[in-house]
Ligand binder design. Structure first.
Ligand code: ASP
Length: 437
């Protein structure tokens, strides 16, 4: 029998009803042996996530303000879930201890982690499964960096004695026992770590969407879901803004060759999206897998006659950016031209400084910034070695009257990135989508 590790996100555990759905899902498949819960999320738009309330309590406590009222909302939410599920546990003494401890802790991590901690206790009790505190098995080093190998050993050693367990997400502990959390959304990482440790056959990541869609539903009405995605495609799409999973969650499972299945707690029969290491099954939706993009980029365009034969030109340009701590996204070049694509947030007030240093060191014929550029990545393992993909893409953009300002194709042939005017962004995404889908 295989092993599945299931991580449930905050929206999957926002109230007692959601806990019921989670229990049904978990118990419907005996391979689902290890569960990693998040803290309860929002029940409605105007609601606050438990984790946000906990951060707020910490902030109030450490700025000399009363946080009793804020903490009472947390107590109420957990107690409501416990009583609606008819569980015979009294969380009040532990909750009150936690309330006091929040004020004593020098960092917010302890406070923030308690959402997952209590969510884990409740879920373990409801499933009738053992609860394993993540502080015992997920390790960070003295500097606060995640210690992957010692965690893997500790987890493997502990979990080998369990058929089932609930391990709360998002946190672990440092060598001195202090609680440390991952960055926000980090329960995805915990789930991946547990999946690696137990050598799971599948890491199920349960959320409130049925996997990845081929394009942003704010732009395309009812875009098709993506059935399978490779890790490399996932990286391209998430980098360009398609976010369902925490970026750091990928590494532990990818390395161990474990596929991820993104599933919807509110629609458990939907197959969701499967992220695989390779494309062994050769299955895919078509030529392209998905389209993602972002606005707010600037092109730094540099021209100089005979640039191609000037040794060190590129290094000097990039050296200026490095000195100013600016990272760039793409670097399309011509014979006598070079463009550097930079996110606006990176540039901020460095524009004049960049111009000045490049004039001085590279003596170009011209330099200019073009702002308001949007980047669109069309990603698909089906594009490799397939003739005509680029021509279809550019024809579709031309027919939609979109002017292409920049083109970049990675050597992997996994994606084609185009830069267009920000105002043409949505039109360009639609044109590409309807050409291929
Ligand atoms: N509860 C944490 C957060 O809101 C971690 C998570 O849900 O993954 O960021």
């Amino acid at each position: 029998m295989g092993i599945r590790v299931c991580k449930f996100g905050g929206s999957s555990l926002s109230n007692a009803d959601q806990f019921r759905k989670v229990k049904d899902i978990v118990l419907s498949d005996p391979e689902r042996r290890f569960v990693v819960p998040s803290a309860p999320g929002k029940r409605a738009d105007e609601d606050m996530k438990i984790t946000d309330l906990l951060y707020k309590c910490y902030k109030l406590a450490h700025t000399g303000q009363s946080y009793a009222e804020c903490f009472s909302v947390i107590v109420e939410r957990f107690c409501e879930i416990v009583s609606e599920l008819g569980l015979d546990i009294d969380l009040l003494p532990l909750l009150h201890e936690t309330e006091e401890e929040i004020a004593r802790q020098p960092q917010p991590d302890y406070a923030a982690s308690r959402g997952e901690y209590f969510s884990g206790i409740i879920l373990a009790n409801y499933l009738g499964w053992p609860f394993i505190d993540a502080a015992e098995v997920i390790r960070f080093d003295r500097t606060g960096a995640y210690a992957s190998e010692s965690t893997n050993e500790a987890l493997r050693e502990v979990l080998k004695d369990y058929d089932h367990a609930v391990i709360p997400g998002f946190y672990g502990s440092m060598p001195d026992g202090r609680i440390k959390t991952f960055s926000r959304g980090g329960s995805d990482i915990s789930g991946a770590i547990v999946a690696r440790a137990v050598k799971a056959d599948m890491y199920e990541n349960w959320t409130d969407v049925s996997g990845f869609l081929m394009a942003d539903p704010h732009i395309i009405k009812d875009p098709k879901p993506i059935k399978t995605l490779t890790y490399r495609e996932l990286r391209e799409l998430s980098y360009m803004g398609a976010t369902v999973l925490h970026e750091d969650a990928i590494f532990p499972v990818r390395k161990a060759g474990i596929p991820i299945n993104i599933k919807n707690t509110n629609d458990p029969e939907h197959p969701g999206t499967i992220i695989t290491v390779g494309d062994e099954d050769g299955q895919q939706n078509g030529t392209i897998t998905g389209i993602a993009g972002h606005k707010n980029f600037t092109l730094l365009n540099i021209e100089k006659a005979m640039m191609n034969s000037e040794l060190g030109f590129g290094r000097r340009v990039l050296g200026v950016l490095e000195e100013l701590g600016i990272s760039f996204e793409h670097l399309p070049t011509g014979i006598d031209t070079m463009s550097v694509v930079i996110a606006d947030r990176e540039l901020e007030m460095h524009r004049a400084e960049i111009m000045e240093r490049i004039w001085e060191r590279c003596q170009p014929d011209s330099i200019e910034f073009t702002s308001g550029v949007a980047l669109i990545a069309t990603v698909g393992r089906g594009m490799v070695n397939k003739r005509g993909t680029a021509s279809r893409l550019f024809r579709a953009l031309a027919v939609a009257d979109v002017n292409v300002r920049m083109i970049d194709q990675g050597s992997s042939e996994l994606n084609i990135i185009v830069g267009v005017d920000g105002k043409d962004f949505e039109r360009a995404v639609s044109a590409i989508y309807y050409e291929f889908v």
